[in-house]
Design a protein around this ligand. Sequence first.
Ligand code: UDP
Length: 242
Amino acid sequence: MNDPFSSVKIMGIPFANTTRKQFVEQLQTRVKNHQNTFVVTANPEIVMYARTDNSYRETILKADYISPDGIGIIKAANSLKTPLSERIAGYDIFTELVEWANKTHQKVYFLGAKSAVISALKSKLSTSFPNIQLVGAHDGYFKDEAVIAADIEHQQPDIVFVATGFPRQEKFIAQHRHLSNGLWMGVGGSFDVFVGNVKRAPKFWQTHHLEWFYRLLTDPRRLKRQMIIPQFMWEIHKLKNK
Ligand code: UDP
């Protein structure tokens, strides 16, 4: 973990212990200075996956910052008596950076999601964020990774958002981040939410920490994935009583 944040480890994964505001400001400073930066936004699913897949674990440990995405991480930190300042949702970082990139005319590359989502994204950017220098917008179902990598190298973006879901997005970033000295961040399903393809939970559900439950109700296929959360809480419970 890079300065200036302290970190809190949960199952060996170091989370940035700071506020969302400070976190985003730090990323902006690094973008302005052209510092190569890798950000992972990790939820309990990612922490549990990293336990079983060593190469993924090593990949995310190379990140400059890992942000606590998901209330499960905050609860785990509390219960281990090493509380974190704040939940920092990946989607919030994403939207704040998009707004800032528009204000400051950054070069941004968007990679991931279905091609219809990328089309909707392009039109939303051109109407609502016209000052972003859009240097790439490509869906996440590409065959030849080398072609995408060469394009990113050619375009030299200040920010690369990779929305192909974990573990793929982090592996892609770790492998290619040297191609452009900017911010590289895995943002999961953020493009889908941004264009309105998938709805984020209404504020009530968010403030009552029930966003996960809302997502489950609106997309029951997530049940299998979300079954990992009780397992995560159980592991934390065992650590607490060690
Ligand atoms: N995706 C992709 N390429 C793939 C598989 C998935 O671009 O080969 C995209 C998918 O369309 C979706 C995102 O990756 O936009 C993953 O979303 P998910 O909801 O799984 O991510 P989460 O936010 O839960 O991590």
